[in-house]
Design a protein around this ligand. Structure first.
Ligand code: NAD
Ligand code: UD1
Length: 339
């Protein structure tokens, strides 16, 4: 199968590429490296034991996209490319709407121009109305509360409309919960620019010694220990969900939305303890005020993905922490200074 992967050099993309290559897919990556490094693709080729074509380009550049798609003639597209920092999206909303929405429109147009009608799209649990009670099924009310989340909600609708307009189209919209962890080799992983916003990358840096202390945002939530509870999913499980979604999209038409998580919640303090165990050291922390916009609990109902895709998460929270720590300790500067 020929697969065109936007944003393939990023965190989730790189892990998915390794599995695609191992599955004998012919892969073209289209990425402008705005939040990633070509070094990740070098390592992907090694881990995937196969070559791929890498095209440097911006998804907002329709001409460049069309040229790349004409060359690749893919059976399907996996669309990871996008900006993803919630805080930044509130500061630069237009950049987010431009990149994530205009870029997705350009991609669908370019796909039309080469007759490619199958897509797997990276959406997010952030589209759910945070006032609803978890676990969230795909039917829960939507209501993103920041520009980033709204770009995902809009693009979901655009893809559904695009799919509805042609009976040969197939779209799988994946709503990821909280992706963490790294490839077992420790060669690829999450490499955030600057100080991480997300919990596990932050804990990794504290454990590695480059940050002093974790701030636990809120100790008075209505959860087991008062700290925020999330559905963390190992990036390797997330990658295999893409292969399952791709295979489903190849044999069906229409659009389907799937939650991709484990269905299990873990609190901040539970994650901290699991990471301490994985790293074999204690991690300093302090409980501070709640972070604005956070909810007490976000957990997926994953029964649809299990039923329809035949996919289920395999890895535990301990696996997530040990793989994240392996990546962090082998690559303290991420892909920077790599040979
Ligand atoms: P990432 O930033 O590591 O990867 C995104 C990739 O897209 C990067 O390689 C970046 O360079 C590329 N990119 C961005 N804008 C581009 C453009 N205009 N043209 C070409 N390439 C562009 O992020 P990730 O964590 O791998 O996330 C992948 C997708 O999944 C994103 O769409 C993100 O919004 C979504 N998602 C991520 C999470 C998460 O926690 N990581 C959760 C839910 C959804
Ligand atoms: C965040 C995004 C969400 C995105 C998701 C992807 C926000 C409001 N939401 O979700 O849109 O889809 O990342 O992974 O940013 N925490 C701390 N200290 C820290 C960092 C986090 O205590 O330094 C806590 C948070 O309060 C939360 C939990 O850890 O309870 C997880 O936080 P994080 O990793 O940022 O993910 P989300 O907030 O769930």
């Amino acid at each position: 199968m020929r697969v065109f992967v936007t944003g393939g050099a990023g965190f989730i993309g790189s892990h998915t590429l390794v599995q695609l290559l191992r599955d004998n897919a012919q892969v073209t990556v289209f990425d402008n490296y705005t939040n990633s490094s070509p070094e990740a693709l070098k390592r992907v080729r090694r881990l995937g034991q196969s070559d791929l074509t890498a095209v440097e380009g911006d998804i907002c550049d329709t001409g460049a996209l069309k040229t790349a798609l004409e060359e690749a003639r893919p059976d399907a597209v996996i669309h990871f490319a996008g900006l993803k920092a919630v805080g930044e999206s509130a500061e630069k909303p237009l950049a987010y709407y431009q990149n994530n929405i205009t870029g997705s429109l350009a991609l669908l147009e370019a796909m039309d121009s080469v007759g490619c009608r199958r897509i797997v799209f990276s959406s997010s649990a952030t589209v759910y109305d945070p006032h609803e009670q978890p676990p969230f099924t795909e039917e829960h009310r939507l209501g993103a509360i920041n520009p980033y989340g709204r770009t995902k909600q809009f693009v979901e609708d655009i893809i559904r409309d695009w799919a509805a307009a042609n009976t040969e189209t197939s779209a799988a919209i994946l709503r990821y919960f909280n992706p963490v962890g790294a490839h077992a080799s420790g060669d690829i992983g999450e490499d955030p620019v600057g100080i991480p916003n997300n919990l596990v990358p932050y804990i990794s840096r504290v454990a590695g010694g480059s940050l002093a202390q974790l701030q636990v945002f809120g100790g008075d939530y209505d959860t087991r220990d008062g700290t925020g509870e999330r559905d963390y999913i190992h990036v390797e499980d997330l990658a295999s969900a893409h292969l399952a979604a791709l295979k489903h999209a190849m044999k069906t038409t229409g659009s389907e939305t799937f939650n991709i998580g484990t269905g299990q919640g873990t609190t901040v303090l539970e994650m901290l303890k699991a990471f301490e165990k994985a790293a074999g050291r204690s991690i300093p922390y302090r409980i501070t005020d709640r972070r604005p916009g956070d909810v007490a609990k976000s957990v997926a109902d994953v029964s649809k993905a299990t039923r329809v895709l035949g996919w289920q998460a395999q890895y535990t929270v301990d696996d997530m922490c040990s793989s994240a720590w392996n990546w962090q300790s082998r690559n303290p500067n991420g892909y920077d200074n790599a040979e």
